[in-house]
Design a protein around this ligand. Structure first.
Ligand SMILES: Nc1nc2c(ncn2[C@@H]2O[C@H](COP(=O)(O)OP(=O)(O)O)[C@@H](O)[C@H]2O)c(=O)[nH]1
Ligand SMILES: [Mg+2]
Length: 231
């Protein structure tokens, strides 16, 4: 059985998908990790899923899930959970913003008893590279608000995290927008929180899909988690 399943949510990532699969497979191979990749694509018009399917010829540990309704990053990650066959589940972006070579560190923390391990850009040694002032401001504001709900975390809106499956077992999540990690921290069953600093590197290929809708959904999500916690 695999020790870790890594979910990669994708939308129009034809320029990145092959490289990220190769990069994670190399990490698995170097660190002798028995892992699998679960690519969850929202039927990208640029053919991302077809490229991922083709990669199955090279690797036997890849699953490709194509969704055709209710497009969304968070929805894709939650659907991915059902296709993961490991008890340890990770999430990583397709665009190399998150360093795949740090995956073994996340796994080690889980093996040492952490329930959730979040990559953080806002602790010592963590950093964001490549974003303009506007995007940095949005992220700082979003992180500030989320930290009021999850004070233990320096980066509760991080998209780079690994969890033990038990954290989300029988938990009713309300996936929407971009911040599925925050939803899991807000509603999941975890006690030992751990984090690992990483350097976020803005993408070089393809474009961000963050828009006004995701920001609006984020505000609703914060309110929903707040109500959940006081209940
Ligand atoms: N399945 C799926 N993946 C998405 C969607 N939107 C974004 N993603 C993926 O989520 C990851 C982060 O998205 P990105 O646009 O780079 O966000 P940013 O880094 O915050 O600007 C990337 O792997 C995207 O391909 C979506 O609607 N559905
Ligand atoms: Mg990105």
């Amino acid at each position: 059985m695999n020790v870790i399943s890594i979910i990669i949510p994708t939308y129009n990532e034809s320029e990145n998908i092959e490289n990220i699969i190769n990069a994670i497979e190399e990490v698995f191979s170097i660190d002798m990790i028995n892992g699998e990749l679960v690519i969850v694509d929202d039927n990208s018009p640029d053919g991302t899923a077809t490229i991922a399917e083709r990669m199955k010829k090279r690797y036997d540990n890849i699953k490709v899930i194509v969704r055709t309704s209710d497009r969304g990053l968070s929805q894709s990650v939650v659907e991915g959970f059902d296709h993961c066959d490991s008890d340890t589940i990770g999430v990583i972006d397709c665009d190399f913003s998150h360093p795949p070579e740090q995956i073994p560190l996340f796994l080690e923390k889980i093996e040492n008893g952490c329930d959730v391990v979040f990559g953080t850009r806002y602790a010592s040694e963590g950093e964001i590279k490549g974003w303009g002032a506007k995007r940095k401001l949005i992220s700082t504001g979003a992180t500030f608000l989320a930290r009021l709900l999850i004070p233990k975390s320096t980066d509760p809106v991080s998209g780079f995290f690994v969890i033990d499956r038990s954290v989300v077992k029988d938990v009713v999540l309300r996936p929407r927008g971009y911040k599925i990690g925050l939803e899991i921290l807000g509603k999941g069953n975890w006690s030992k929180y751990c984090e690992i600093p990483y350097v976020f590197q803005d993408r070089e290929m393809g474009s961000s899909k963050l828009g006004k809708r995701e920001i609006y959904e984020y505000i609703l999500q914060l309110f929903d988690i707040f109500m959940y916690k006081i209940r």
